[in-house]
Structures are given as C-alpha cells and as structure tokens.
Design a protein around this ligand. Structure first.
Ligand code: DAH
Length: 361
C-alpha cells in the first residue's frame, strides 16, 4: 500500500496557504480536478486486484474526503473573512452629523441686505431701478450736474482720475450716484421715478470712510413733484427702513450744485451707551442730501425747466446699514472675514419684503 501522507500534507498546506477563493479553487483543481493528483490515484484502482482495491480504495477515499473537508472549511473561512473586510471597508458612521447645505451656511452681506430692503420699500412706492457704470466721464459726474470746470465743489469729491485717453479725455471713478440721474434723464421721458443704487469712490479712508462705498440716488421728474412730496417720500422711507411707527426729520438748508433749493436731512434719534435708537430722543443724525433738481441740470439733460420739474436725493448705504444694524467699523464690511459675515450676515432665504418684514425675524 502506498503511503499518501506526503501528498495529504502537501495538499493541506496548499489549502491553508490559499489567500482567496480563486487560489483555493486552483488547489482544488490540482488535487481533485480531472488531472488532479488524487484523481490520478483513484484512476489506479481499476488496474488493481479486488483485494488490493479494497484496502487502497479505502485509503484513497479517506484521503479524498479529508482534502474535500479541508477545502470546504477553508472556503467558508475565506468567505467570511472577505465579508468582514468588505464590511470594514464600506463602514458608515451613522452617528456623524449631516453636512449642512450651502443655502443654510451661506450669508447675505449687510450691504446687499440693506440694498434689498431699500429696493423693496421704493418698489412699493412705484420706483424703478436705474444703473450706470462705475467708470464715468467728467461730463456726467460733474459738468452736466452743474459743477462748472474749476468750481471748488469738484475739489471736495477727492476724485480718482484715470490717465487721459487718446482723445485727451480724463475718465474717473464716479464719486457719487448722481451721474445716473443724468443718464436717466437723457434716455427716458418724464414722468421719471427711479432709484439708482451702486458703488461710488473717493480717495478717503478711516473708521467711517472707505475708498469704495455705496450710495442710492433717487430721482423724480414729474409736474406734481414738489418739496412736500419729497418730504413725504423720505419720511415714509425712514419709517419703513428703521421699522419704527414715527420718525421726526429735520430739513436744513444746504448747498449742492445740482439742486436748488438744497437740503440736508437729519433724523431724530437717541444715543446712549454706544447705542443709537431711532424714532425717539433729542439727538439728530444726518442721513442724506436732497433738493429740487436745478434748472441747469434739467437743461443739460435735454429737459425744458419751464415745462419740467423734479426732485432728487442721495444717501450713503453703508452709513444707514451701520446705523440700523449697529456695525461699528465700516472697514469690516470689506475685510471678507468669514467670522464677521457669519455673525452679521443674513439668511439667504429671508428675503426682505414690506409684507413679510424687512429684516427677517
Ligand atoms: N451726490 C451727493 C453726494 O454724494 C448726494 C446728493 C445730495 C444727491 C443731494 C442728490 C441730492 O441727488 O439731491 O454728496
């Protein structure tokens, strides 16, 4: 009788070493496949005498059974190890917090918020929006607005000028939104009722001035446009914007080249302990300039002052944003500091409306 222990030992070792199911299958084929070592042994039985066959057959079948059992056991072990590895690879920590969507984490800048609030208020009064470019001509920024060349009021604007172009024209960064009045009167027929929000530029920087800032201009050209109407529009605006039922306003005579008469407007407030409240108190705070559009401006923009009349005003957006939301330093507006915007910013889906509330909650 042949000793099969070497073959058994070798095959069991190969089974133990098979690292995956494919390797195990190769070991099975090498032992039990058609041309396998154990199959070859079984094939020898046919040539044996009945006695030899009985003892050799029992030994070979025992060998085959042991190998088959080892193969099965290893297959089960490899399967469960594979499953375990996959479970570990694809593990999900269901206790981790869900990542919040952009619309929940993004914030609207206070300037954009205030701009939306202003737009909501004036749209409700029937005003349209007019826009103009940041780079303006001297003519639209000054001359057509009745600042004659060499007039001292030009010097007060701390203008950023560009180098003269081929035609010798010196463009500038608009110092106020008033040139949009000019553009509107030159292109639209009265009655005109527009607000013109936008960026403006002056060479100036401290806690309450930045070289780029924002203004909103208002312009009404209509035969019923009077100072009384202007006063009503501004009062209604202030009540709606500061979200108070009453607000006292003071109109002081002033000078702007493009309006006559011209006024500056203060609103009533109370300052206490670094805080400021509107609609009460004995203090006054200047918030805007306004007046009846000067006859020269109407004429410069193609309107006959004997036929047309109107009023205009101009207001700093950054300033009223600081006042309404208690923001102490204007320079923070332009620092792009995420911590600041997270704290002072507004939720994107709280859209300001007169019906739903301007400043949200
Ligand atoms: N443009 C002026 C400025 O920047 C503000 C202003 C005052 C605009 C009176 C007006 C106005 O339309 O009527 O200082």
């Amino acid at each position: 009788m042949t000793d099969h222990s070497a073959l058994l030992h070798e095959t069991l070792a190969a089974i133990a070493q098979a690292g995956d199911e494919a390797a195990l299958e190769s070991v099975r084929v090498a032992a039990l496949g058609k041309k396998g070592t154990i199959s070859a042994l079984l094939a020898t039985l046919g040539k044996m005498s009945p006695d030899e066959r009985r003892s050799a057959g029992a030994a070979i079948n025992a060998l085959k059974d042991e190998v088959s059992a080892a193969l099965d056991a290893r297959r089960v072990a490899l399967k469960s190890a594979g499953l375990q590895a996959r479970l570990e690879r694809e593990a999900l920590d269901v206790s981790l917090p869900v990542r919040r969507a952009g619309v929940e984490t993004g914030r609207i800048h206070p300037i954009s918020q205030v701009l939306d609030e202003i737009t909501a208020i004036f749209a409700d009064m029937g005003f349209a929006i007019a826009e103009g470019p940041d780079i303006e001509s001297d003519d639209y920024n000054f001359t057509k607005l009745n600042f004659p060349p060499g007039h001292p009021a030009r010097e007060m604007h701390d203008t950023f000028f560009f180098a003269p172009d081929d035609k010798g024209e010196r463009k500038l960064l608009r110092t106020h939104t008033s040139p949009v009045q000019v553009r509107t009167m030159l292109t639209q027929k009265p009655p005109i009722r527009v607000i013109c929000p936008g960026r403006t530029y002056r060479c100036d920087a401290d806690q309450t001035h930045t070289p780029m800032f924002h203004q909103v201009e208002g312009l009404v050209i209509d035969n019923s446009a009077t100072l009384a109407n202007l006063k009503w529009v501004l009062e209604e605006f202030c009540k709606a914007f500061f979200e108070v039922p009453h607000v006292a306003m003071r109109f002081r005579p002033s000078f702007f080249p493009f309006t006559s008469p011209s006024m500056e407007v203060d609103i009533q407030c109370r300052r206490s302990g670094g805080e400021i409240r509107f609609g009460e108190g004995e203090d006054w705070l200047e918030i805007l300039g306004c007046g009846m559009v000067h006859a020269n401006v109407l004429r410069n923009c193609g309107l006959d002052p004997d036929v047309h009349q109107g009023y205009a005003w101009g207001m700093g957006i950054d300033r009223i944003a600081m006042l309404k939301y208690g923001l102490p330093d204007l320079r923070d507006f332009f620092d792009a500091d995420l911590r600041w915007i997270d704290h002072y910013g507004f939720k994107p889906l709280d859209i300001p409306s007169l019906a739903g509330g301007l400043s949200g909650s």
